[in-house]
Structures are given as C-alpha cells and as structure tokens.
Design a protein around this ligand. Structure first.
Ligand code: PMV
Length: 338
C-alpha cells in the first residue's frame, strides 16, 4: 500500500472506478456543457499540488450561459486533437498537454485517441475560469462517452484532478467546495447550496483581450511558498465563508458584496506580497475599482470580485442593472437565476 503522501491522480481514478475499467463501454460521442463559476470566497493555495487539494473551502456562483460545450469522438490517429473555438491547438500548447495528461489517466490498458472539440463563450486563460468550465465539461463529456455511472461527488473529484475550481463547475447556482481533511482527498468535493437569489446579478467587466502571463497554478504555488501574508489567508476564508453563507441565507446584499470584494482584495494582497510580486491588475483594473468605490459612496450598490486575471466581475441587484450599464457600457450582464 502506497503512503498517502505519494498518491498520484491515477490512484484516485482506481479508487473511483474500483475494479471496473473506466473505458469498458462507450458511445459514439460524448457531449456536455459546464458553466463557468465565479468564486465569492476564493480558492487560493493547495495543500497537495498533485491532487489539487485546496488549503481552504470556497464558495462560488455559476454563470448559467457562460461556459464550455465539449464534444469528444474517437479518432483513427495515434494522437489526440484538441480544437478550441474552431481552432486546432498545437500539440505542444499547455492546454493540449493538460488535456492529454488528463485523458491518460483513463487510458490504463487500451490505447485510444480522441478529438476534443470545445466551444467556450468566455475569454480563455484570462481569469474568467476557462479551465474550470473546460475541465468540468471534459469530465461530463467523458461520462457521456463512456457511460459512467458515477455520483456527483465522484464527478466533482474527477473535475478537480483536471483543475481545482472545476470541482465547482458541475452545478448552476451557489456551490461550496469542501476542502476536506483526508490525504487522498476523497472528502474534497463540491456540493450545491439550496439557495436561489433571483435578484442577484453579475456583470463581466472584461478589461483586456490578452492572455495572462502567470498561470493561477504557478501564482498559487509562489504565494503559498513566498508570501508572508499567506498565513492569514485561511483565517480570512474561514470567517468570510461563515459571513457569506449567512448573507445568502438572509439575502443581505451589502454583506455579501462587501465580503466577496474584501475576500478578493485579500487574495490579491497575498500575491502582491510575494517577491518578485504577482500583480494581475492592469491600470484599467485599478481605475474600475476606484470608480466602483466612488459609485458606492454615491449610493449605487455595486461590488466587485477579481480572479487570477485583470478583469472584474461586478456584483449587483436587478434594480441597479440599468445604472450599472450606464456607468460601465462595456459590461456584460449575466442573469444568474430564471
Ligand atoms: O482552478 P484554478 O487553478 O484555475 O484556480 C482558480 C483560482 C481563482 O479563480 C483565482 C479562485 C477561485 O476560487 O476560482
């Protein structure tokens, strides 16, 4: 028996599928959509980088119509092909390599190759959770292709092995990803919250077309290893999670918005305190933040959150939709609930 510390992703696959081969039966095609998700309380830092086990729990909201639609078919070529938004990606691109490594986890005995066709309606690799919806939709498309009869818990664990935040991208609405305690991470998966908030809206304020230079994976590792502020992060998250759950339960918008904004700013503060510093914000990001703070002082209830990229996601209520649009004409407004 291997020591838990040396567990590999492949060991987790064996645990999930037990005696069965993951590719025993198959259909002609697998097809699935997964929404992207925006964390209101962030995941930042891993306690196990191989298994993508987070230091803390996190809580997100799904963007229903934003995400990835992935189809998978077998191909008679001795390699996999990945097509992203109608463009065949180079075999040596980082994303293709991550996809291939992920597929390898399921190619234990028999060799097969696939064409993966992903359509994403969010910018790729720029802090808009493209890897979350990408890997969640890949797992769901594989489930469809191989007819897996797996629980949501297992699907969430499989998605996490692809990209941490993908564990949360299997549901609409609010989702909590539980950090868990075990070394193998079998207690580290997400569950949806039974809460709806139809008046709550998100606005995507995309501030550049460029892809980010530092991946969230690298930035997280550098922060955990080199930020003197990182010790405070788990305490901040523990507190924010309690407040956010409470704000959702009683529909206290100011409490939700303020806590989510403060959580994101604290996450970025841990990155700024690394050396060399990690700064995802652009001048446009800071200008938008300043504008939001002034608008709030003037009475407009709008808050923001920011992930591992320069864009902001605005958080506001339906009643302020028009005003938010007037102030930020380029914002893309997302209705979260029907
Ligand atoms: O799952 P990753 O490796 O893409 O990391 C996501 C990290 C953040 O988006 C910054 C925070 C989060 O909880 O989604």
């Amino acid at each position: 028996m291997k020591k838990p510390e040396s567990l590999k992703k492949a060991d987790i696959i064996k645990r999930i599928f037990q005696q069965k081969l993951p590719t025993e039966s198959y259909h002609e095609k697998g097809l699935a959509f997964a929404p992207t998700n925006i964390a209101l309380c962030k995941y930042w830092g891993k306690r196990n980088a191989e298994l993508n086990l987070p230091m803390t729990s996190s809580l997100s909201i799904a963007l229903p119509e934003k995400g990835a639609m992935t189809s998978i078919v077998f191909q008679d070529k001795p390699y996999d092909t990945v097509i992203l938004n109608d463009e065949v990606l180079a075999a040596d691109s980082g994303f293709v390599q991550r996809c291939v490594q992920f597929l390898d986890l399921f190619r234990l005995e028999k060799k097969w190759y696939v064409k993966i066709d992903i359509k994403m309606n969010i910018p790729v690799a720029s802090g808009l959770a493209s890897s979350a919806c990408g890997f969640a939709s890949l797992v769901l498309a594989l489930k469809d292709l191989f007819n897996w009869q797996l629980s949501n818990r297992d699907l969430s664990i499989l998605s996490r092995l692809g990209s941490g935040s993908a564990a949360r991208s299997l549901w609409m609405g609010f989702v909590e990803w539980h950090a868990g305690l075990t070394k193998d991470g079998m207690d580290c998966f997400a569950t949806p919250l039974e809460i709806e908030w139809p008046e709550l809206y998100i606005g995507i304020l995309a501030l550049t077309d460029k892809e980010k230079k530092i991946s969230s994976r690298e930035a997280m590792q550098r922060t955990v290893d080199g930020s003197i502020l990182y010790n405070s992060w788990p305490k901040k998250v523990a507190r924010d999670l309690v407040i956010i759950r409470q704000a959702l339960n009683v529909k206290n918008f100011a409490l939700l918005g303020g806590t989510a904004e403060s959580n994101a700013l604290t996450m970025h503060a841990t990155m700024l305190s690394c050396w060399p510093p990690i700064c995802y914000s652009l001048p446009e990001t800071l200008a938008a933040m300043q504008k939001i703070w002034v608008l709030r002082q003037e009475g407009l209830e709008v808050y923001f959150t920011q992930d591992a990229g320069p864009h902001l996601k605005l958080i506001f209520l339906e009643k302020d939709k028009e005003q938010v649009k007037t102030q930020f004409p380029q914002v893309e407004i997302i209705r979260l609930f029907d």
